[in-house]
Design a protein around this ligand. Structure first.
Ligand SMILES: NC(=O)C1=CN([C@@H]2O[C@H](COP(=O)(O)OP(=O)(O)OC[C@H]3O[C@@H](n4cnc5c(N)ncnc54)[C@H](OP(=O)(O)O)[C@@H]3O)[C@@H](O)[C@H]2O)C=CC1
Ligand SMILES: O=C(O)C1=N[C@H](C(=O)O)C[C@H](O)C1
Length: 231
Protein backbone atom coordinates (compact mmCIF):
# COMPACT_ATOMS: atom_id res chain seq x y z
CA UNK A 1 0.00 0.00 0.00
CA UNK A 2 1.29 3.48 -0.87
CA UNK A 3 0.85 5.84 2.09
CA UNK A 4 0.91 9.65 2.22
CA UNK A 5 1.92 10.88 5.69
CA UNK A 6 0.34 14.25 6.53
CA UNK A 7 2.54 15.35 9.43
CA UNK A 8 5.98 13.87 9.94
CA UNK A 9 6.66 14.34 13.64
CA UNK A 10 6.66 11.80 16.50
CA UNK A 11 3.67 9.89 15.12
CA UNK A 12 4.52 10.26 11.42
CA UNK A 13 7.97 8.78 12.04
CA UNK A 14 6.64 5.88 14.14
CA UNK A 15 4.07 5.10 11.44
CA UNK A 16 6.79 5.22 8.77
CA UNK A 17 8.85 2.62 10.69
CA UNK A 18 5.98 0.20 11.41
CA UNK A 19 4.33 0.60 7.98
CA UNK A 20 7.62 -0.13 6.22
CA UNK A 21 8.04 -3.26 8.40
CA UNK A 22 4.55 -4.37 7.23
CA UNK A 23 5.60 -3.99 3.57
CA UNK A 24 3.99 -0.61 2.84
CA UNK A 25 5.65 2.27 1.02
CA UNK A 26 5.66 5.88 2.21
CA UNK A 27 5.19 8.04 -0.89
CA UNK A 28 4.78 11.46 0.80
CA UNK A 29 6.02 12.96 4.11
CA UNK A 30 4.17 16.28 4.18
CA UNK A 31 4.75 19.00 6.78
CA UNK A 32 3.18 21.96 4.96
CA UNK A 33 0.04 22.76 2.93
CA UNK A 34 -1.19 19.42 1.55
CA UNK A 35 -3.05 21.23 -1.26
CA UNK A 36 0.37 21.83 -2.88
CA UNK A 37 0.69 18.09 -3.59
CA UNK A 38 -0.97 15.74 -6.08
CA UNK A 39 -1.78 12.78 -3.83
CA UNK A 40 -3.13 10.58 -6.64
CA UNK A 41 -0.29 8.07 -6.36
CA UNK A 42 -1.18 7.38 -2.69
CA UNK A 43 -3.66 4.60 -1.80
CA UNK A 44 -4.37 6.23 1.55
CA UNK A 45 -3.36 9.28 3.60
CA UNK A 46 -2.62 9.19 7.34
CA UNK A 47 -2.89 12.55 9.12
CA UNK A 48 -1.08 13.09 12.43
CA UNK A 49 -0.38 16.80 12.12
CA UNK A 50 -1.47 19.81 14.19
CA UNK A 51 -4.95 20.97 15.28
CA UNK A 52 -4.91 24.01 12.94
CA UNK A 53 -4.09 21.93 9.84
CA UNK A 54 -6.18 18.78 10.34
CA UNK A 55 -9.51 19.91 8.81
CA UNK A 56 -7.80 21.32 5.70
CA UNK A 57 -5.64 18.18 5.34
CA UNK A 58 -8.64 15.86 5.65
CA UNK A 59 -10.94 17.76 3.28
CA UNK A 60 -8.13 18.11 0.70
CA UNK A 61 -7.90 14.29 0.70
CA UNK A 62 -11.67 14.11 0.02
CA UNK A 63 -11.20 16.56 -2.91
CA UNK A 64 -8.39 14.40 -4.25
CA UNK A 65 -10.33 11.13 -3.75
CA UNK A 66 -7.77 9.66 -1.32
CA UNK A 67 -9.11 7.74 1.72
CA UNK A 68 -7.93 9.42 4.93
CA UNK A 69 -7.20 8.29 8.47
CA UNK A 70 -6.82 11.11 10.99
CA UNK A 71 -5.55 10.89 14.56
CA UNK A 72 -4.91 14.60 15.01
CA UNK A 73 -6.71 15.93 18.09
CA UNK A 74 -7.90 19.43 19.01
CA UNK A 75 -9.94 20.24 15.85
CA UNK A 76 -13.18 18.37 16.58
CA UNK A 77 -15.51 21.38 16.49
CA UNK A 78 -15.25 20.89 12.69
CA UNK A 79 -15.73 17.09 12.68
CA UNK A 80 -19.41 17.23 11.58
CA UNK A 81 -18.50 19.55 8.70
CA UNK A 82 -15.73 17.14 7.63
CA UNK A 83 -18.24 14.27 7.67
CA UNK A 84 -20.64 16.26 5.44
CA UNK A 85 -17.87 17.04 2.94
CA UNK A 86 -16.77 13.40 2.94
CA UNK A 87 -20.32 12.31 2.05
CA UNK A 88 -20.65 14.99 -0.68
CA UNK A 89 -17.36 13.94 -2.29
CA UNK A 90 -18.00 10.19 -1.79
CA UNK A 91 -14.79 10.01 0.21
CA UNK A 92 -13.52 7.60 2.88
CA UNK A 93 -12.69 8.73 6.41
CA UNK A 94 -11.84 7.48 9.88
CA UNK A 95 -11.07 9.81 12.77
CA UNK A 96 -10.14 8.35 16.16
CA UNK A 97 -8.98 10.23 19.23
CA UNK A 98 -6.92 7.12 19.94
CA UNK A 99 -6.06 4.34 17.49
CA UNK A 100 -4.54 1.85 19.95
CA UNK A 101 -6.30 -1.48 20.44
CA UNK A 102 -5.77 -1.17 24.21
CA UNK A 103 -7.51 2.20 24.42
CA UNK A 104 -10.39 1.00 22.24
CA UNK A 105 -10.89 -1.93 24.66
CA UNK A 106 -10.59 0.57 27.54
CA UNK A 107 -13.35 2.65 25.85
CA UNK A 108 -15.68 -0.39 25.95
CA UNK A 109 -14.84 -0.96 29.64
CA UNK A 110 -15.47 2.73 30.36
CA UNK A 111 -18.93 2.59 28.74
CA UNK A 112 -19.84 -0.55 30.69
CA UNK A 113 -18.56 0.81 34.01
CA UNK A 114 -20.49 4.09 33.55
CA UNK A 115 -23.67 2.10 32.95
CA UNK A 116 -23.02 -0.03 36.07
CA UNK A 117 -22.28 3.03 38.24
CA UNK A 118 -25.38 4.95 37.11
CA UNK A 119 -27.60 4.00 40.11
CA UNK A 120 -24.83 4.56 42.71
CA UNK A 121 -25.04 8.28 43.42
CA UNK A 122 -22.50 8.23 46.30
CA UNK A 123 -19.69 7.93 43.77
CA UNK A 124 -18.35 10.94 41.90
CA UNK A 125 -16.63 10.36 38.58
CA UNK A 126 -13.53 12.16 37.31
CA UNK A 127 -10.98 11.76 34.50
CA UNK A 128 -7.24 12.37 34.53
CA UNK A 129 -4.88 12.35 31.57
CA UNK A 130 -1.08 12.68 31.53
CA UNK A 131 0.96 13.48 28.40
CA UNK A 132 4.39 14.74 27.35
CA UNK A 133 5.08 18.46 27.58
CA UNK A 134 5.06 19.04 23.78
CA UNK A 135 1.34 18.27 23.52
CA UNK A 136 -0.56 21.27 22.07
CA UNK A 137 -4.11 20.48 23.24
CA UNK A 138 -5.68 19.87 26.65
CA UNK A 139 -7.52 17.86 27.62
CA UNK A 140 -6.47 15.06 25.28
CA UNK A 141 -8.82 13.85 22.57
CA UNK A 142 -8.92 10.49 24.36
CA UNK A 143 -10.03 12.14 27.63
CA UNK A 144 -12.81 13.93 25.72
CA UNK A 145 -13.92 10.59 24.21
CA UNK A 146 -13.94 9.02 27.69
CA UNK A 147 -16.05 11.91 29.02
CA UNK A 148 -18.52 11.65 26.11
CA UNK A 149 -18.87 7.88 26.66
CA UNK A 150 -19.65 8.47 30.36
CA UNK A 151 -22.16 11.21 29.49
CA UNK A 152 -23.96 8.82 27.08
CA UNK A 153 -24.24 6.21 29.85
CA UNK A 154 -24.95 8.31 32.95
CA UNK A 155 -26.87 11.34 34.18
CA UNK A 156 -23.86 13.65 33.63
CA UNK A 157 -24.61 16.65 31.42
CA UNK A 158 -21.10 17.66 30.30
CA UNK A 159 -17.42 17.85 31.22
CA UNK A 160 -15.05 20.68 32.17
CA UNK A 161 -11.28 21.01 32.39
CA UNK A 162 -10.37 21.38 36.11
CA UNK A 163 -13.36 23.15 37.67
CA UNK A 164 -16.54 21.24 36.89
CA UNK A 165 -19.96 22.45 37.99
CA UNK A 166 -22.62 20.18 39.54
CA UNK A 167 -23.59 17.51 37.00
CA UNK A 168 -20.35 17.86 35.00
CA UNK A 169 -17.34 15.53 34.88
CA UNK A 170 -14.08 17.15 36.03
CA UNK A 171 -11.17 16.41 33.66
CA UNK A 172 -7.58 17.01 34.81
CA UNK A 173 -4.68 17.29 32.34
CA UNK A 174 -1.07 16.89 33.53
CA UNK A 175 2.04 17.43 31.43
CA UNK A 176 5.19 15.42 32.33
CA UNK A 177 8.32 14.89 30.16
CA UNK A 178 8.24 11.84 27.84
CA UNK A 179 4.84 10.40 28.86
CA UNK A 180 3.27 8.89 25.68
CA UNK A 181 -0.29 8.91 27.09
CA UNK A 182 -1.97 7.82 30.33
CA UNK A 183 -5.72 7.98 31.04
CA UNK A 184 -7.55 7.20 34.26
CA UNK A 185 -11.28 7.18 35.08
CA UNK A 186 -12.07 7.26 38.81
CA UNK A 187 -15.24 6.76 40.82
CA UNK A 188 -14.74 7.99 44.39
CA UNK A 189 -16.98 7.70 47.41
CA UNK A 190 -16.28 8.26 51.13
CA UNK A 191 -15.90 4.50 51.49
CA UNK A 192 -13.74 3.53 48.50
CA UNK A 193 -12.50 4.28 45.00
CA UNK A 194 -12.76 2.39 41.72
CA UNK A 195 -10.14 3.29 39.09
CA UNK A 196 -9.62 2.09 35.55
CA UNK A 197 -6.42 3.13 33.78
CA UNK A 198 -4.74 2.78 30.41
CA UNK A 199 -1.00 3.45 30.19
CA UNK A 200 0.67 3.60 26.78
CA UNK A 201 4.30 2.46 27.06
CA UNK A 202 5.22 3.92 23.66
CA UNK A 203 3.57 5.38 20.52
CA UNK A 204 3.61 2.01 18.74
CA UNK A 205 0.03 1.08 19.67
CA UNK A 206 -1.32 4.35 18.24
CA UNK A 207 0.74 3.95 15.06
CA UNK A 208 -0.14 0.29 14.51
CA UNK A 209 -3.86 1.01 14.98
CA UNK A 210 -3.71 3.80 12.39
CA UNK A 211 -1.95 1.51 9.89
CA UNK A 212 -4.52 -1.28 10.48
CA UNK A 213 -7.29 1.31 9.91
CA UNK A 214 -5.56 2.44 6.67
CA UNK A 215 -5.33 -1.18 5.45
CA UNK A 216 -9.03 -1.66 6.28
CA UNK A 217 -10.39 1.51 4.60
CA UNK A 218 -8.30 1.31 1.43
CA UNK A 219 -11.08 0.15 -0.94
CA UNK A 220 -14.10 1.56 0.94
CA UNK A 221 -16.11 4.77 0.82
CA UNK A 222 -17.94 6.25 3.82
CA UNK A 223 -17.32 7.50 7.33
CA UNK A 224 -16.23 4.89 9.85
CA UNK A 225 -14.86 4.57 13.39
CA UNK A 226 -12.34 2.27 15.05
CA UNK A 227 -15.29 0.18 16.27
CA UNK A 228 -15.95 -0.74 12.61
CA UNK A 229 -12.29 -1.66 12.15
CA UNK A 230 -11.68 -3.61 15.36
CA UNK A 231 -14.91 -5.20 16.54
N1 LIG B 1 -5.31 9.45 17.67
C1 LIG B 1 -4.21 8.92 18.18
O1 LIG B 1 -4.10 7.69 18.39
C2 LIG B 1 -3.06 9.82 18.49
C3 LIG B 1 -3.17 11.15 18.21
N2 LIG B 1 -2.10 11.97 18.36
C4 LIG B 1 -2.28 13.34 17.88
O2 LIG B 1 -1.60 13.44 16.63
C5 LIG B 1 -1.11 14.75 16.44
C6 LIG B 1 0.37 14.71 16.12
O3 LIG B 1 1.08 14.23 17.22
P1 LIG B 1 2.69 14.16 17.20
O4 LIG B 1 3.16 13.37 16.03
O5 LIG B 1 3.09 13.77 18.56
O6 LIG B 1 3.04 15.70 16.94
P2 LIG B 1 4.37 16.33 16.35
O7 LIG B 1 4.39 17.76 16.80
O8 LIG B 1 5.55 15.48 16.66
O9 LIG B 1 4.13 16.29 14.76
C7 LIG B 1 3.27 17.15 14.07
C8 LIG B 1 3.74 17.22 12.64
O10 LIG B 1 2.83 17.98 11.87
C9 LIG B 1 3.59 18.84 11.03
N3 LIG B 1 2.82 19.95 10.52
C10 LIG B 1 2.76 21.26 10.92
N4 LIG B 1 1.91 21.95 10.11
C11 LIG B 1 1.45 21.07 9.18
C12 LIG B 1 0.57 21.18 8.07
N5 LIG B 1 -0.03 22.33 7.76
N6 LIG B 1 0.31 20.06 7.34
C13 LIG B 1 0.89 18.88 7.65
N7 LIG B 1 1.75 18.73 8.68
C14 LIG B 1 2.02 19.80 9.44
C15 LIG B 1 4.77 19.25 11.90
O11 LIG B 1 5.79 19.81 11.12
P3 LIG B 1 6.86 20.84 11.80
O12 LIG B 1 7.58 20.03 12.82
O13 LIG B 1 7.69 21.26 10.64
O14 LIG B 1 6.03 21.94 12.40
C16 LIG B 1 5.12 17.87 12.48
O15 LIG B 1 5.87 17.14 11.54
C17 LIG B 1 -1.51 15.51 17.71
O16 LIG B 1 -2.72 16.19 17.47
C18 LIG B 1 -1.72 14.41 18.75
O17 LIG B 1 -2.62 14.78 19.75
C19 LIG B 1 -0.92 11.53 18.83
C20 LIG B 1 -0.76 10.23 19.16
C21 LIG B 1 -1.82 9.26 19.03
O1 LIG C 1 -0.59 14.03 21.71
C1 LIG C 1 -0.38 12.83 22.01
O2 LIG C 1 0.77 12.39 22.19
C2 LIG C 1 -1.54 11.92 22.09
N1 LIG C 1 -2.69 12.39 21.71
C3 LIG C 1 -3.91 11.67 21.65
C4 LIG C 1 -4.97 12.35 22.49
O3 LIG C 1 -5.03 13.59 22.49
O4 LIG C 1 -5.77 11.66 23.11
C5 LIG C 1 -3.76 10.20 21.89
C6 LIG C 1 -2.64 9.77 22.78
O5 LIG C 1 -3.03 9.81 24.10
C7 LIG C 1 -1.35 10.53 22.53
Amino acid sequence: MKIALLGYGRMGKTIERLATERGHEIVFKIKDDVANYDLSKADVAIDFSVPDAAFHNITTCFEQQVPVISGTTGWLEKYDEAVEICKEKNGAFIYASNFSLGVNLFFELNRKLAEMMRPFKDYSVSIEEIHHTQKLDAPSGTAISLAEQIIENSDKKGWKLDHAAEGEIPVRAKRIENVPGTHMVSYDSKIDSINIEHIAHSREGFALGAIVAAEWIRDKTGVFTMKDVLF
